[in-house]
Design a protein around this ligand. Structure first.
Ligand code: G3H
Ligand code: ZN
Length: 303
């Protein structure tokens, strides 16, 4: 039966060896299968994550866990898979820890720093007792084409000292589509943070739509996990639009209206887009020995 790894070794190695591993949001069954297929075909580790909104849409955190697990079995997935809660609040982080997610992000950025830190420490304690990885957020990732808030070096040190496994930093990155005239990532701040916490994998949220040279520079400075969602939504949308504009959905003799056909081009576009991002990030393929080691059952959450 399929199971999840916590990914700590995977991301630490990425930070040390200057490449990144993608963290991709799932939105439904097609997304889940497209991401698993992309990972298996490239023989790269996969972090599959779900936001609170997407989990609600799909039917809850347990349904998402079962969906990913059962899909891994059905597809004979042999690369390591991490299941992460994305941008969770305190209660959802606890729920996912109890459900057996192998990684959770507690996003306390909207709280005063002291409270964010205190709550992050509580989540770390509960998660680490079960071998689960924890990501925290400092500064603020921009939203709705608006700028966020730069993370401070001081906060980076405090959260790493508290025991976080991965750290998401506001460095000028924005969720969704970047606005015209976006000023780019703040590499000076990224460098300062990376030097202050030299071993901690740093996370780049809002990974869609950032030019390749900036992605590569960010990785060279310490980014080792890149979160991507919008990029694949756009790829899905574009391929689906093409299918419909070509009138294929109206071809009754070929049953072009069947969702299994209608959703196929978009689903394949997700995998294609994922493979392109993997090449940008320089994620190396794992050999079978490594895959077996990553599946060491002793590191698993048995609950
Ligand atoms: O946590 C998820 C991401 O940060 C995804 O951002 O939709 O802009 O790629 P994105
Ligand atoms: Zn994010």
């Amino acid at each position: 039966m399929a199971y999840f790894v916590n990914g700590n070794d995977i991301f630490k190695k990425a930070r040390k060896e200057h490449y990144a591993v993608g963290a991709y949001n799932t939105n439904n069954l097609e997304w889940t299968r497209a991401l698993l297929r992309g990972a298996e075909e490239t023989r790269t580790p996969l972090l599959i994550q779900v936001s609170t909104g997407a989990a609600k849409y799909m039917g809850g955190y347990k349904l998402v866990k079962d969906l990913v697990e059962d899909s891994m079995d059905a597809m004979n997935i042999s690369v390591p898979v991490i299941l992460n809660l994305d941008h969770g609040d305190y209660d959802s982080a606890i729920e996912c820890i109890k459900l057996g997610y192998s990684s959770v992000m507690f996003d306390g950025h909207a709280l005063p720093t002291e409270e964010n830190l205190a709550k992050t420490k509580e989540i770390i304690k509960l998660a680490h007792e079960r071998g689960i990885s924890v990501e925290a957020e400092i500064g603020k990732i921009g939203e709705n084409q608006g700028a966020g808030e730069l993370a401070s070096v001081e906060d980076a040190k405090a959260f790493v000292a508290a025991g976080v496994d991965k750290l998401a930093c506001g460095i000028g990155n924005i969720h969704g589509v970047y606005p015209e005239g976006w000023s780019g990532l703040n590499f000076d701040r990224l460098k300062e943070i990376a030097e202050a916490v030299p071993e901690t994998p740093l996370v780049l949220h809002g990974g869609s739509g950032i030019p390749q040279d900036q992605i590569e520079k960010a990785i060279s400075l310490g980014i080792s996990k890149i979160n991507i969602n919008t990029e694949f939504q756009l790829a899905f949308q574009e391929a689906t639009r093409k299918y419909i504009e070509e009138g294929k959905d109206q071809d009754k003799s070929k049953k072009g209206y069947d969702p299994r056909k209608l959703l196929l081009p978009g689903t394949e576009a997700i995998t294609d887009s994922m493979k392109e991002m993997i090449s940008w990030m320089g994620t190396p393929s794992i050999d079978d020995k490594e895959a077996d080691a990553s599946f060491d059952r002793s590191s698993l959450n048995e609950e």
